[in-house]
Design a protein around this ligand. Structure first.
Ligand SMILES: *Cc1c(COP(=O)(O)O)cnc(C)c1O
Length: 385
């Protein structure tokens, strides 16, 4: 099959499965209200859980950072791109989260790829929750180690997999709060399971960082668990972009030698580092925002419970409504948009086949009236019984 034929076939198969993806050029996608083609919508699809993406202090920090340091970092951190600002933020993050070291990455995707590629060698076994984020599973598949997946949030299933012979080291992988389901992992039980086999735990807390735990320190802190490797990202609750890996001193030094995503990539702009630093201030002072988010979650779940949808068992800002078929998910998304509510249909391969859902994300920037509008719209479009 030629390149052109292969591409045509790939596109056709996505269309046939109602799984064709496209991007829409919207305005204000990081706020509680967005605009698309001149019309305003309530935005229930952003991951800006605390409403920090438009926080004036963080915007000012980014602007001042750019005035002071320029826009680009100038190079890889190993060449000229690592500044005092980077160093200070890394030290602050490490101290705040209870680790010896933190290393900044340009994105959570890059952090997961770089970390797993640097650590996992031939003979190792990666044991991942089967619903782990694509960036984690893909890194494990590309690694020379063997990937086995355990049942979702099931420490017993992880333990079972650790019984298989492994000549190298074992690395268990999970998320703090799952991006498509909104539920939390039993981190302490998973850590015991992997520690008993002499392995390490990696927790990707993209959706817990800033939102849960004392002062927003995240899922592991909330559960009193200290994974050997913790990934936090700054594009969600922190409202900015970027990521950090938290780990022990020798691991950080090792990653500086072997993590190619650090070595061969331009370092984060220092102004962005300043913005993340300001965002950290807002997160630490953010109990009020977290309480508002909590009220919105409670209001949504109480209202949605009686509407005849399948709610997911999620206590987080991610509130999926499980609808099953792709076509149905798209139809509902369309009808909700007509009623002024913007949310996203999540379809395979992002979720399992038959697991299409409306992914509703709530933020601290939503008012109770916004939640009520969404509930009304959901009541309007539900399929007559
Ligand atoms: C969003 C996300 C990532 C990717 O992070 P980026 O900073 O957006 O690249 C990684 N892991 C999980 C669980 C995520 O939800």
């Amino acid at each position: 099959m030629s390149w052109s034929e292969r591409i045509a076939q790939g596109l056709q198969s996505r269309r046939q499965a109602d799984a064709y993806r496209r991007r829409l050029a919207i305005i204000g996608g990081n706020g509680p209200r967005l605009q698309y083609r001149g019309r305003q919508y309530l935005n229930f699809s952003s991951n800006d859980y605390l409403g920090l993406a438009r926080n004036p202090d963080i915007i000012a920090a980014w602007a001042e950072g750019a005035s002071a340091h320029g826009v680009g970092s100038g190079g890889s951190g190993h060449v000229a791109g690592y500044s005092e600002a980077h160093r200070d933020l890394e030290q602050r993050l490490a101290g705040w989260l209870g680790y010896e070291r933190a290393l900044l990455f340009n994105a959570g995707y890059a952090a997961n790829q770089g970390l797993i590629a640097a650590l996992v060698a031939k003979g190792d076994m990666v044991l991942a929750d089967k619903l782990s984020h694509a960036s984690l599973l893909e890194a494990a598949v590309l690694s020379p180690g063997q990937l086995r997946r355990f049942h979702h949030n099931d420490a017993g299933s992880l333990r079972q997999l650790t019984r298989a012979e492994c000549t190298g080291n074992r690395l268990a992988i999970t998320e703090g709060i799952f991006s498509m389901d909104g539920d939390s992992a039993p981190l302490a039980a998973l850590q015991r399971g992997i520690a008993d086999a002499g392995g390490w735990l990696l927790v990707d807390d993209a959706h817990g960082f800033g939102v849960v735990g004392e002062q927003g320190r995240g899922s592991a802190w909330q559960q009193g668990c200290h994974p050997e490797l913790l990934v936090v990202t700054f594009g969600k609750a922190a409202g900015v972009a970027g990521a950090a890996v938290l780990c022990a001193e020798p691991v950080a030094e090792y990653l500086l030698q072997y993590a190619r995503h650090l070595i061969y990539s331009t370092a984060m702009p220092p102004a962005q580092v300043c913005a993340i630093d300001a965002s950290l201030d807002a997160i630490i002072r953010g109990d009020g925002l977290r309480a508002q988010l909590g009220r919105n979650i409670t209001r949504f779940r109480a209202g949605a419970a009686g509407l005849g949808y399948r709610l997911a068992p999620s206590a987080s800002a991610i509130q999926p409504l499980l609808v099953g078929e792709n076509g149905r998910a798209l139809e509902l998304t369309e009808s909700l948009r007509e009623r002024g509510c913007w949310l996203t249909a999540i379809r395979p391969p992002t979720v399992p086949v038959g697991g299409a859902r409306l992914r509703i994300t709530l933020t601290a920037a939503h008012q109770s009236a916004d939640i009520d509008c969404l509930l009304e719209a959901l009541a309007d479009v539900r399929r007559p019984a």
